[in-house]
Write a protein that binds this ligand. Structure first.
Ligand code: AMP
Length: 544
């Protein structure tokens, strides 16, 4: 389908063409004709990044009368950042619609400037609910001609306590208006609003409401409350190029984790509701330009932040609502890039992982928190890699070579290396042999439940567990293992089930009828041994 087939005005077609939109995204294909051709309300389950702003923005712009100086559409959005983001998008789309004005109004900003912008009513107002209420009370927003009321990110608005404002706004809208509600999740509170205020509505569910993005790998680590921060640090250290968000449950926890990371020398900062708007803007900007590589945030505070290519999302705590996990993990693995969503969990939380696996229909892989040596090895590799690839500007360095040679002359190559590496490695004071094991094991009843499941699987002959004689010590992690596996077996149709990597071994599950092919492929490599894990051996080894 093309945008032209969606019957949009030429001015809009030209603007979106210039923005580089080639064809409508799925939500646009469904919502645009519906909004233009029907007259009932809309409830759309869609997340950020699905193209929902254009899905409601384009048909609304198409149908409004830009020659009439009346407010014809109101868009409610939870935060200042999102209001600005939406109004900028709409301004881009309406670039060639002469006379069409879009004004964003939100809290935390001098209301006088906003009052000036509203002196002549704009056709579209994008607002946070609180500020809109305020302006309506002052009679600065005329609602009599409103044809469209959009509730964007409705679930977040409710979480942020805007329920009363939203209800009050809905009550003051003309009966004839249409309500378009967009939400990533559908909690009971939203269903209540829908029942109360939207009589005749169409529901659209876009994309994978209940599943994670296809290229996100889900990983969890078992640790204790006491070691949680240390585990986080190790995981971060194991990923020297990490660029990600660490999600915490509370503002206090966000502050604490960020402060510790900063004290420990990481490019980290916190984003939470206690910061002033200016402070939040600064943090977000620094993160966008990668001045900050680890952003520690609450779910709500991270909402307005649209950063596309995170390498990792870390759940310092799993959220109570599994759909929030979907939201978080969906921030990585975008635009066809691989992403990793990590959860640090206590053994008693293993049930939450099982529930997420069921909901997302994805395997979560348990990984071992690396020991100090593994981290050091990875860091060393990274450092050497950087050194090998650094651009050496000979002309710039040449004038100082004599002085450097003179000063360093007495150092042997070995001594020089030690000192060079120490410059980087002294950041990791406790990563020698004595670094503590931060891994936790599952409680007994969980262990036996897992054994039962395995027994069952074997009885039905569905899955076979195989063991390779390489593991964490050889630098194997899930990604490397899958790389090796694909290289050796060369059959992408083989579905590898749960993978477990210990220091010495890698265990993985495959369907029984594929075992021979895999064993033969590995057998041709003299460096790697492969064998089947027998049932009675499995227990002790896998979960001891
Ligand atoms: P949203 O879900 O509204 O936050 O949109 C996500 C991003 O996709 C925004 O940067 C839009 O500008 C962009 N976008 C929306 N529709 C299209 C399209 N049809 N083709 C390409 N990009 C789009």
């Amino acid at each position: 389908m093309t945008f032209k087939e969606l019957n949009l005005r030429d001015e809009l077609l030209l603007a979106i063409k210039e923005l580089g939109f080639e064809q409508p995204m799925p939500i646009q294909e469904r919502a645009i004709p519906f909004i233009q051709n029907q007259d009932s309300d809309l409830v759309a389950l869609a997340q950020t990044g699905t193209g929902k702003t254009a899905a409601f923005g384009l048909p609304i712009l198409n149908m409004l009368d830009e020659s009439a100086k009346q407010t014809q559409a109101l868009i409610l959005s939870p935060t200042r950042e999102l209001c600005i983001q939406i109004s900028n998008e709409l301004k881009n789309y309406s670039h060639y619609l002469k006379g069409m004005r879009v004004v964003a109004v939100y809290g935390g900003e001098d209301i006088r400037i906003q009052l000036k912008q509203l002196a002549v009513p704009p056709q579209i107002i994008v607002a946070t609910p609180g500020r809109l209420m305020d302006l309506m009370k002052r009679k600065k927003v005329e609602t009599a001609d409103v044809r469209f009321l959009v509730l964007d990110e409705a679930d977040v608005m409710l979480n942020m306590g805007f329920r009363d404002d939203i209800e009050s706004i809905l009550k003051q809208m003309p009966e004839t208006r249409r309500t378009l509600l967009f939400s990533a999740t559908m909690p009971k509170e939203i269903a209540n609003i829908v029942h109360q205020f939207m009589k005749n509505y169409e529901e659209i569910v876009v994309g994978t409401k209940n599943s994670g993005a296809a290229n996100v790998e889900h990983v969890y680590y078992l640790t204790s409350e006491k070691y949680k921060y240390a585990a986080l640090k190790r995981i971060v250290d194991l990923n020297p190029d990490i660029y990600g968000i660490i999600f915490c449950r509370t503002r206090q926890e966000t502050k604490e984790v960020a402060e510790k990371l900063m004290q420990n020398g990481y490019n980290a900062d916190a984003l939470h509701g206690d910061l002033s708007q200016a402070q939040r803007d600064t943090v977000m900007q620094k993160f966008r330009i990668r001045n900050i590589r680890l952003l520690v945030a609450t779910d709500v505070a991270a909402r307005g932040l649209d950063v596309g290519d995170l390498t990792h999302v870390i759940n310092y705590n799993l959220p109570d609502d599994p759909e929030v996990y979907t939201h978080r993990s969906g921030r990585t693995g975008r635009v066809n890039k691989k992403g990793v969503s990590i959860a640090l969990i206590l053994p008693k939380e293993i049930r939450k992982i099982k529930a997420l696996e069921k909901m997302l229909k994805k395997n979560f892989v348990q990984q071992q928190i690396p020991n100090g040596q593994e981290v050091m090895k990875k860091q060393l590799h990274h450092l050497i890699d950087r050194m090998m690839h650094v651009e050496v500007k000979k002309d710039q360095i040449q004038p100082y070579m004599g002085q450097m040679m003179e000063q360093l002359e007495y150092l042997s190559k070995e001594e020089l290396l030690k000192r060079f590496v120490s410059l980087e490695f002294n950041r990791f004071p406790n990563y020698g042999n004595e670094a503590e094991d931060l891994n936790e094991v599952l409680p007994r009843e969980e262990k036996s439940a897992q054994r039962q499941n395995k027994k069952q699987a074997q009885k039905t002959g569905k899955r076979i567990r195989l063991k390779l004689n390489i593991g964490g010590r050889q630098g194997i992690d899930t990604r490397r293992f899958l790389g090796i596996f694909n290289e050796m077996v060369g059959d992408k149709s083989i579905n590898v089930g749960s993978i477990e990597i210990t220091k010495k071994f890698t265990f993985f599950e495959v369907f029984a009828d594929q075992t021979d092919k895999i064993m033969n492929a590995f057998a041709s490599n003299p460096g790697i041994e492969i064998c089947e894990v027998k049932r009675d051996k499995q227990h002790g080894r896998l979960f001891a």
